[in-house]
Every structure is written in C-alpha cells, then in structure tokens.
Design a protein around this ligand. Structure first.
Ligand SMILES: *Cc1c(COP(=O)(O)O)cnc(C)c1O
Length: 690
C-alpha cells in the first residue's frame, strides 16, 4: 500500500519524508487521475482500499476477539510519552517510541481491544546534521497538523474535546487529537490551545526538550490529562497500561474518578485502580528515572491531592521508597510500581536487574520474589520486513502466516528455502541500502558545501561485495559506539584487508544536552578524513525510522556492544533478524536470551567485571576477536558458486529461532495473557518469573 504513494512520484515522495498527505496535497485531482492511469494504479488503489476496508471490518475473526473478548467494552488504555508510527509523524525520539508504535500496530493486527494515549509534539525530536567539524547540530522543524492523518477527537455529541487540569499556578488546557492506527485509536493531547499562557502553548511542542518543570507538566498532561480525555470520550478502560514512568500520574486521576463516582475511600479506590493497572519499566540505570522535588509535585498535583483527600506527605510517600524520608524526591517509577499490581521489565535479564534495583520497595521479600516479571520486547513484523523478504516468506511459509507471526511453528518452513535464493534476496536488499547510503552521504557533503570531488567520492562510497556492518542507536556513552576504536591499528588492518574487507555504517543522535555523546559522534564521523577509513566508515545523519528501516533491511551484520547490563532490551537487532541479517552483540538485553550459539554471534560470555573500565577493555578485545576469528572468516568462506553456505545456514537458523519470539505479536499476546486479562478480570496471576 505504501508503494502506491511512492509510485505516484518517487522523487517528491522521498523529498517529502514519505508523507502521503503532503504528497497528495501537491497533486491536483486531475494530475492524480492522469498519474494513476499512466502508472496503471487504479487496480492497485482499489485493491488496497478493499483490503483496508476488510481489515477494519473483520475484527470479529481475530485472535483478540477470541482470546481477549472480555476487554471488548472495557479496553486497555495504553499510555506512552512517545509513539514511533512512521517517519512522517514526529512524535517519537527512539527506542521507547518505536516500541509503543509497534505495540499498538500489533494490537491492531491481533484485534486486541486497546486505545492509546500520548502527546502531540508538533516539533517532535530534533533533526540532526553534522557541521564540517563533525559536530551535531540540532534543528527543530514545525509539522503542520494539516499534513498529518490526524483529526480532532470527538465526544458522543460530536464535539471536539478540550480537557482542563488545575495546578496551584492556574489551569492547563489540552485539546485531543485522534490518529487511527489500523483498528486502534491513538489519542494525542496538545497544549497549543487558546486559553493557555504563551509558554504553556509550547508545553507539548518538543519531546524531551525542556527543563524539569516542563517535564512534570508534560507528564501531568499525559497522565492526568489522558485519563480525563478518556472520560470525555466516554471510554471506560478495563486496564491502564503505563508504558514507562512518564504516565504514572494517570492512576491518581483514575482514583479520583472512582472516589467521586462510587464514594470509595482513597485507600479502597487505590486498591481497585491498582488491580487494573499494569506498569512497564524500561530503565536499568537509577539516574534514568524521572524525579521531582516536593514543591514541583505540590504545585502540579496540589489540587488533585485535595480532591483525593490526602496530605502532601502522603502523596510524596507514594513516590518514595521510604515514604517518610523527606530527603527523597518523588520518583515516577516508584509511584508506577506502587499504583500497579502488575509490573514488568522488558527482557529476562532486565527483569533480574529491575528486581534487584527495586528490592528495597519490598524489604520483606527475597529478591527473586520481588513482583516485577518480564515480557521481552518485540517488533511489528510488517513495519520492518522488506518487501522482497516478505515475498520470499509468502512463497515458503504457510498461507496466512501473517496472521500467526507470533507462532514459532509458522517460521519452521524457512528451512526449506533455497540458500541461493535467500542469499540473492539479501544481496538485493544490500544494494538498495548502499544506494540509499550513497545518496544520503552525497547530500550530506553538498549541505556542508564541500567541493565537487568530495560529492563525487560520496556517490561511490562502500563496496557492494564487502562485509557490511551496521551500528545505529542513540549515542549514549553506555552504548560504547567507539568500542571498536580501542585498538585502531588492529581495526584498520581488518577494514583494509584486500581480500576480506569490512565496512561500517553508523547512525544515531545524541541528546542535545549530552556532550560526551556528541563527542562520540564527532570522533566516528571524522574517521572519514583518515585515508584508511575513507569510503569504508560512514556516518548517516538524522537517524529516524526511515534510516533505521534501510539499515536493518540491508546490512550483513548488526553490531551492538553496550556495557552490560545497561541495555534493557533493544529492538533494532530484531528487525535485522526478519530481513536475514545476523546479530553480533554483547549478551545483554534481548540478545542474552536469544543467542543459542548458532543464530548469530556473541561478544563475551554474558558476564561483567565490577569495574566498568575493565569490562570495556575486555569487551573491546573480544569484539575484535569475534570479528576477525568468527564473523569475517564465515562471511568469506565461499563454495564453488560463490555462496557462503555456512553463513546462509546461520541466517536461516536466526530467522527460524528468533522471528516469532521477538515479534510484537508475541509480545502483545504475552501482555494479554499474562497481564491484561488478569488486570481486567482479577484472574489468577501467571506472570513469568525467573
Ligand atoms: C528500532 C529503533 C530504535 C530502537 O533500537 P535499539 O535497539 O533500542 O537501539 C531506535 N530508533 C529507531 C529509529 C529505530 O528504528
């Protein structure tokens, strides 16, 4: 379906960041009719329309209708501060957003009754460019709502909705937008409304942009405002799912509603709401959790607190590990854990880390019995799977495999795929990636006003036959993007080997306030000035869903070397699996439970030294060893037909063992069966424990 837009005007499609509304706005109806007939698009348009209509009306026959029917009239309300839906919708910054987007897309595909709540950021996260010194420059671009498939949400009478939140400093207003993500409505709150003070009109314009006061105000709008919006829409959730601590004020408003409607006491209402609340934590580092001081909490929650009939100290206690400890600030993760009866981490290893990290909240329990389970993250297959691979799966997997993507059985037929065909498909994707990289790199040169020779050189970077390794993620220092540079001489030898060359494509943003992260980017981007690495180590600016899709679909190897155990899960490597690439990763996050010795490569043995520097040094050595002794030899070991048979075997095992397990369909099914149904109906608990 997406290809229809591309085929209308491939160049403009690219220039407009794949925004379908902007593309259609540029073309007059007459031109559109003419293009469609020239390109013989009518049949495809009609087919796509019919498929969409069928999809939207067939929800009675879905997995969700069968397995999650009780949620029907009381859906899951899924709260997240960001949603990565598509590159043209600027309401995400990275992994958390892409995960939320994939969650609701799979909920749609499975037919799980769910509504999603987020914030509408018209400027989103920043666009990244590097200057001539390789320093990150941040640019914020306004997205007009007219250019998005978004409409005002309406109540039962058809009126648009504005919610009001009282703070001690006056009222905050937010209007509510609706974006339809397949069968799932996504409601987005937006403070750019008349009646708000000028500074408040900008409150929701940027993601993770402001100071701590902006942060608590955004979180107030998301949590408290989100629950008010649901009420205004006439939606009565059976489950509140708080995806990360940003939305953890939501249960307070739900408690207020219950006290008001049913006359419950605060304690009774809290118990009742917590029973229906699910909390997912994503952060394995203590500093990564939002904390607010007492005065900010009182300023923003004071009026709500009075309606809850509790004291300021009681409220603060909900956000503290030790309720009476006045030196402790208010932590969003703590209140999330206290106001939910079901909590989970996002991988098995992260479950262990989280139980240890929060054990002091349950001092009477041994660590293994801390009630934080885990549901490992997964990716929405149709969003990340390249079309040529999908065609291959259509040919070899059983009919209807797309409805059963979370079922490992479905993927076993991959063993019957012809190795040559799999290799050819992968290489076609790899060429597509190289074309993309060359286009982007020459554009980057032109933007920096470099001379024609550099632009020309940029058009020829990378060697289609060389082993191509991708690395793209947030440039936070714990992800150690420069680990490979610990021994630059040895590394240069690998890269420049005339018979078995290796090349790297990097991409990623550093948070605007993260100077060490920006230095890392600079160091890697500037390798292009080193003759040994010229044309072989590439940095693609402005990592987003589009760049992520190209990279994960076309690389031979996906590299991930975070400092264990700081990667909660990671999902980019799961996208690579679907498209036939191999993971080479530290045994952290999802990879710690995914690697079986035959479906990719492991850096290290899943241990870490107490001293971070020692760990870094060991992992750096191990990384170069794995590359030179395992990855490179296997890739270049070719048979008479030029096929790397054992490599292809590994690709096959990777798909067979990982595609289903690390799909968002499996993830959402786990949430339904282990969390949502229990929270909705008080069924007995069977959350996966260690
Ligand atoms: C998939 C994805 C991520 C998450 O990847 P990690 O493995 O967590 O680094 C982040 N950003 C974008 C644009 C993605 O597509």
């Amino acid at each position: 379906m997406v290809n229809l837009f591309r085929d209308l005007d491939p160049v403009r499609w690219r220039q407009l960041d794949h925004n379908p509304i902007m593309l259609l706005n540029e073309i007059t109806p007459d031109q559109l009719a003419q293009r469609a007939s020239e390109m013989v698009l009518y049949t495809r348009i009609n087919q796509a329309h019919r498929r969409l209509k069928d999809y939207l009306s067939n929800h009675q026959t879905t997995w969700g209708a069968r397995e999650a029917g009780v949620l029907g009239s009381k859906p899951v309300a899924y709260f997240s501060a960001e949603f990565g839906i598509h590159e043209s919708v600027p309401i995400y910054s990275g992994g958390l957003g892409v995960l939320s987007g994939d969650h609701i897309k799979s909920a749609s595909g499975l037919g799980v009754p769910l509504v999603a709540i987020g914030l509408f950021y018209d400027q989103g996260y920043f666009k990244q460019h590097l200057d001539s010194d390789g320093l990150q420059q941040e640019e914020y671009v306004n997205t007009k709502v007219e250019n998005l498939a978004i409409e005002p949400a309406r109540d039962a009478e058809g009126n648009s909705i504005t919610i009001h939140i009282d703070t001690l400093d006056g009222q905050l207003l937010a209007k509510v937008w609706l974006m339809r993500i397949g069968r799932i409505p996504l409601y987005l709150l937006d403070c750019d409304v008349e009646g708000n003070r000028p500074e408040d009109r900008e409150l929701t314009s940027r993601l993770y942009g402001g100071d701590v006061r902006t942060r608590i105000r955004q979180e107030l709008v998301l949590g408290v405002g989100g629950v008010k919006a649901l009420r205004a829409l006439g939606i009565y959730p059976g489950v509140y799912h708080l995806n990360e601590g940003h939305s953890a004020f939501a249960p307070l408003e739900a408690i207020r509603e219950l006290m008001h409607d049913d006359g419950h006491s605060f304690d009774d209402a809290l118990r009742e709401v917590a029973q229906h609340t699910v909390f997912t934590t994503h952060t394995p580092v203590p500093a990564g959790h939002d904390r607010f001081d007492s005065s900010l909490v009182e300023e923003h929650l004071g009026p709500l607190r009075q309606q809850l009939d509790i004291s300021h100290e009681q409220l603060m206690g909900l956000g503290r590990v030790e309720p009476q400890n006045e030196n402790e600030s208010f932590c969003m993760t703590v209140i999330g854990l206290k106001l939910s009866r079901r909590a989970n981490a996002v991988s098995s290893l992260h479950g262990h880390v989280s139980r240890r990290m929060w054990a002091h909240l349950w001092p009477w329990r041994v660590e293994e019995e801390v009630p934080i389970g885990h549901i490992t993250n997964g990716v929405h297959v149709p969003s990340w799977l390249a079309y040529p691979m999908q065609s291959l799966y259509d040919k070899y997997l059983s009919v209807g495999w797309q409805q059963k993507m979370g079922d490992p059985e479905v993927w076993q037929n991959i063993y019957s795929v012809d190795p040559g065909e799999l290799w050819e498909t992968h290489n076609a994707l790899k060429s597509r990636l190289l074309e993309f990289v060359r286009r982007r790199v020459s554009r980057q040169c032109r933007r920096r006003n470099e001379d024609e020779a550099s632009v020309e050189a940029a058009r020829n970077v990378l060697d289609p036959s060389a082993l191509t390794i991708g690395f793209a993620r947030r440039f936070a220092t714990y992800k150690r993007a420069d680990l490979f540079l610990s021994n630059i001489e040895k590394f240069a030898e690998l890269v420049t080997d005339p018979h078995r060359p290796v090349q790297f494509i990097f991409s990623g943003k550093a948070h605007p306030a993260d100077e060490p992260g920006k230095k890392l980017i600079q160091r890697i981007a500037n390798l292009r000035h080193d003759p040994r690495f010229e044309g072989r180590i590439i940095f693609i600016e402005d990592y987003d869903i589009n760049v992520g899709r190209h990279l994960t679909q076309g690389v031979d190897v996906w590299l991930n070397n975070p400092r264990r155990p700081l990667e909660a899960s990671g999902t980019s490597g799961q996208k690579v699996v679907l498209n036939g690439g191999l993971n080479c990763s530290v045994l952290d996050g999802w990879w710690a439970e995914a690697f079986n010795g035959k479906n990719g490569f492991a850096i290290g043995h899943g241990t870490q030294h107490v001293d971070a520097e020692t760990s870094d040094q060991r992992d750096a050595e191990e990384l170069l060893r794995v590359l030179s002794e395992e990855v490179i030899p296997l890739f270049y070991d070719r048979d008479a037909d030029g096929l790397p048979q054992q490599w292809i075997e590994r690709m096959t095992v990777s798909i067979a063992t990982l595609a289903a397990r690390f799909s968002a369909h499996r993830m959402v099914m786990d949430y339904v069966q282990q969390s949502y149904l229990v929270a909705a109906g008080g069924l007995s608990s069977d959350m996966k424990m260690p």
